[in-house]
Design a binder for this molecule. Structure first.
Ligand SMILES: CC(C)(COP(=O)(O)OP(=O)(O)OC[C@H]1O[C@@H](n2cnc3c(N)ncnc32)[C@H](O)[C@@H]1OP(=O)(O)O)[C@@H](O)C(=O)NCCC(=O)NCCS
Length: 171
């Protein structure tokens, strides 16, 4: 199932509202087993300011999966070394969208000289990243508004066999 292919394109400012909705729905529906309602609301509120969210996505290498007009997921690479964001829409989860996005970021980072990628993986995504070769390091507690959210710093060396050969479109 995870080997499915999806079209990938770079983020455009016009995607902002749809990706903000996707971000909120992904957190609300997919992370409920790992984070409380208050923690999820604080996490979702980090995108409350649409302009700041657009600026954040635009300042990084952000890739979007959109099929037949529907937004299925997005991911962002920061400083060519950090997977800063990875969110899949609940109705598209488990179909390989996350894998295609991470593979694309790994390939692009490697092409630009990165030797390793890191991610502060949510507790929800930790197994996903571990299955893709990311090694868990320290545990973190991140203050967001009045809440503390846990995550794990994970890293993956970008060896020759580390990234897929799939090509994102228009990048
Ligand atoms: C983590 C996430 C991006 C995975 O996206 P996805 O499109 O479902 O991932 P894929 O379909 O490519 O891969 C699914 C694989 O990961 C595993 N997986 C996905 N979500 C998982 C979860 N919550 N817990 C355990 N395993 C999970 C599946 O078992 C599957 O394994 P397989 O490769 O053997 O088939 C998605 O669940 C998500 O958006 N989560 C909420 C937001 C989040 O926590 N983002 C990460 C911030 S660092």
């Amino acid at each position: 199932m995870s080997q499915q292919s999806f079209p990938i394109r770079p983020f455009m400012p016009a995607d902002t509202v749809a990706l903000r909705d996707l971000f909120a729905q992904s957190i609300e529906e997919l992370t409920a087993e790992d984070y409380t309602e208050d923690q999820r609301l604080a996490w979702m509120a980090t995108a409350a300011d649409a302009k700041a969210f657009a600026d954040r996505l635009g300042s990084m290498l952000t890739l979007v999966v959109q099929v037949n007009g529907e937004y299925l997921g997005f991911a962002s690479l920061k400083d060519n070394t950090v997977v800063d964001m990875l969110y899949v829409h609940p109705y598209a989860v488990g179909q390989g969208v996350g894998t295609v996005l991470v593979d694309a970021l790994e390939r692009l980072a490697k092409a630009r000289g990165a030797k390793e990628l890191t991610v502060e993986a949510s507790d929800t995504a930790q197994t996903f990243f571990a299955d893709r070769g990311y090694i868990p390091g320290r545990r973190n507690l991140i203050p967001i508004e009045d809440e503390w959210l846990s995550n794990t710093t994970m890293s993956k060396p970008l060896t020759d066999e580390g990234a897929s050969a799939e090509q994102p479109e228009n990048t």
